[in-house]
Ligand binder design. Structure first.
Ligand SMILES: Nc1nc2c([nH]c(=O)n2[C@@H]2O[C@H](COP(=O)(O)OP(=O)(O)OP(=O)(O)O)[C@@H](O)[C@H]2O)c(=O)[nH]1
Ligand SMILES: [Mg+2]
Length: 149
């Protein structure tokens, strides 16, 4: 038996934070309804309803990324001047931290269509809670409801 005290292990280094920047948009129609899209099977958080948008590419400005995503996902053309910042989500997922500015857009060119086979729905902000959304999105809902006031 050694009389040497067991060495205490150094405290585990904190897990490096992986920050993921995603831009999202609440498209609003003339009746104040907001567009949500169902995340397709096979993607993280599949089956949950989200705001259209996605990750920034390297060197891309947030507004340019959002305009690109809205075109890729919905086939619409949005002018940067028609994107108004509303609020943002800051949410710790298990494996990354999501920082997600949410813009509002009421004007675009073209017709909204599901370019990626995703299910789309126009929903009154007060009904958004009827649709399961990623946990990061839940604090955004009151901001959309407040827009109607
Ligand atoms: N677009 C969008 N992403 C969201 C929302 N809420 C939320 O937690 N996210 C998360 O943000 C990340 C965005 O990923 P994404 O898969 O949409 O990115 P993307 O459009 O660039 O697609 P890709 O990675 O397949 O190319 C996912 O981890 C997603 O779960 C939301 O309302 N809209
Ligand atoms: Mg996306």
């Amino acid at each position: 038996m050694s009389d040497v005290a067991p060495q205490s292990l150094p405290p585990a280094a904190p897990k490096p934070l992986r920050m993921v920047l995603v831009v999202a948009c609440a498209l609003l129609d003339a009746d104040g309804r907001v567009l949500i899209a169902k995340r397709p099977e096979g993607k993280a958080l599949a089956g949950l309803w989200e705001f259209p948008g996605g990750k920034l590419e390297a060197g891309e400005r947030p507004e340019a990324a959002l305009i690109r995503e809205l075109h890729e996902e919905l086939g619409i053309t949005v002018k940067e001047a028609c994107l108004a910042p509303l609020t943002f989500a800051s949410h710790a997922y298990d494996d990354f931290h999501l920082l997600m500015p949410l813009y509002v857009c009421r004007r675009w060119d073209g017709f909204v269509s599901a370019r990626e086979g995703q299910e789309l729905k126009w929903v009154a902000p007060a009904r958004l809670r009827d649709y399961p959304m990623p946990p990061a999105d839940e604090p955004l809902i009151p901001h959309l409801i407040a827009l109607q006031a």
